[in-house]
Design a protein around this ligand. Structure first.
Ligand code: UN1
Length: 491
């Protein structure tokens, strides 16, 4: 996979390449990726800075037409792109199609935003004078994206940035450069002018170099809290806006009045969908003690039915983990859970059956007797490991759910409308789900977190979403009185 700089696919000046293997069968190479160096980053940023001067002057509705066309191209190529995602990072085809669909939706939505980049008008306190606000782009935006949504997440960052008139340099995860390139190719085919979007491939050090370039005027990152905090520091030192979406330790609360079968289905989808590799994954199930046994036996029953294997097999529900490192990390947490005194209900092992021996497969894992302070109940694992935590009552459930350093997504299953209403207010996360699992955010509402998950700015649509991050407000005072008028002084 080449870099994409100033409208051209180019090899890095380093001449160095790395191979990306198929996580479902590590003997197979999926892509060869050019490894960038500082010079590549500088060229990409320079191209984006040049392109900005033209792009920002194109009327937003016209920019929107290009994004709309990109949506059409992505939709037409959805199947092919989904296969690339599955091959490269392992998620099952059904979900890979959803990954592409998020980008399609985001194209259409942001295309429409091109006609809705509203400002405000307000009367002045002085006669023959008015006040309006307009939105302006910021400049070159650095987008640093993870591997778990290899097309959706780049789309969340790039499309709103573009509609606002910014230009972008994307540094995708080194595990998913191929999927990212396929997405960038679609944007290019839609007719984006050269330099408006650029892609540099490489590891974390390339992201670091990127955000230190003086022409980079904003950074948007999704990934671990550790890296995100470093990026925030650099952004503050450089005095540029940042939006970091970081770790999560999401939970589903199940109260004794809940529809248990519905909650079990939600727990399986939320906990094991994408093999647990979502920042929104439900890695904690907080269940009221009176229904715990019933809930657990139904849950285990469902977990045992899950088919593990290559994501290309349409009958499979659990694909591999993205890498051997990630599998080791998941397995380390299994050991940690056992050492802490939690009890393994099911899973906890590498999965090497039925042709899976060459991939990074891991059994869907469930722990019980987990106490809220255990590391497996506090730290983000990012794999198919779920902790079952018992709670006494509603109040206890809320306390446990809120008792982590993260605040992305929390869910509650209950048929009591009053409890649902209280939970909506008391749960400490940006996303709250009632009678639905923690995953499945839609693109036209804001997305993000509080606490160590995220700070101020949010992604995606709606008020307080990405448009507010990728544009800034300018206030225009127009005085048509023909005389000097002094605010706060003249009456
Ligand atoms: C992520 O895991 O980083 O709500 C994003 C969801 C998806 C996005 C997940 N729409 O689960």
């Amino acid at each position: 996979m080449l870099n994409f700089i100033d409208g051209e696919w180019v090899e890095s000046e380093s001449g160095r390449w790395v191979e990306r293997e198929n996580p479902a069968d590590s003997r197979v190479t999926v892509a060869k990726i050019t490894q960038s160096v500082k010079e590549d980053v500088e060229k990409a940023v320079a191209a984006a800075a040049r392109a900005f001067e033209k792009w920002r002057r194109i009327p937003a509705p016209r920019r929107g037409e290009i994004l709309f066309k990109a949506g059409e191209i992505l939709k037409n190529r959805r199947e092919e792109l989904a296969r690339i995602i599955t091959l490269e990072m392992g998620k099952i085809l059904l979900e890979a199609r959803g990954d592409v669909q998020e980008a399609v939706d985001m194209c259409y939505y942001m295309a429409g935003e091109g006609r809705r980049l509203y400002g405000e008008t307000t009367p002045s306190e002085l006669p023959d004078k008015d006040i309006k606000t307009i939105r302006e782009p910021i400049g070159v935006v650095a987008a640093i994206t993870p591997w778990n949504f290899p097309i959706a997440i780049p789309s969340w960052k790039i499309l709103p940035a573009l509609i606002c008139g910014n230009t972008v340099v994307l540094k995708p995860s080194s595990y998913t450069s191929y999927s990212a390139s396929a997405f960038i190719e679609c944007l290019n085919d839609a007719g984006l002018p050269a330099g408006v979007v650029n892609q540099v491939n490489g590891g974390g050090e390339i992201g670091e170099i990127l955000i230190k370039q003086s022409e980079v005027k904003a950074v948007s990152f999704t990934g671990s809290t550790k890296v995100g905090f470093e990026i925030e520091k650099t952004a503050v030192e450089r005095h540029i806006p940042f939006m970091c979406e970081m770790g999560g330790k999401n939970a589903i609360i199940v109260l004794d009045d809940a529809d248990i079968d519905l909650a079990v289905n939600g727990a399986v989808w939320g906990g094991y969908g994408t093999t647990g590799q979502r920042c929104t994954a439900a890695s904690r199930l907080i269940v009221q003690e009176s229904i715990l046994n019933k809930f657990k036996s139904k849950l285990v029953n469902e977990i045992k039915k899950l088919k593990i294997g290559s994501g290309l097999d349409e009958t499979v529900q659990i694909g591999p983990l993205v890498s051997e490192n990630q599998r080791r990390r998941v397995h380390d947490y299994t050991q940690i859970g056992l050492e802490e005194g939690a009890k393994l209900v099911t899973g906890g092992k590498y999965y090497i059956e039925g042709g899976c021996e060459h991939g990074y497969f891991y059994e869907p894992t469930l722990f019980e007797n987990v106490t809220p302070d255990m590391r497996i109940a506090q730290e983000e694992i990012f794999g198919p490991t779920v902790a079952l935590i018992q709670c006494e009552d509603f109040k206890d459930a809320l306390e446990i759910a809120n008792g982590t350093n993260y605040g992305l997504s929390l869910a509650i299953y209950t048929r009591d409308i009053n409890k649902a209403a209280i939970a909506e207010k008391e749960l400490q996360s940006t996303l709250v789900y009632i009678n639905a699992p923690t995953i499945g955010a839609e693109i036209h509402a804001p997305f993000g977190g509080i606490k160590n998950t995220g700070l101020l700015h949010k992604e995606a649509g709606g008020r307080g979403g990405a448009i507010d991050f990728y544009s800034r407000v300018k206030v225009v005072y127009r005085d048509y009185s023909g005389r000097l008028q002094r605010a706060q002084i003249d009456k």
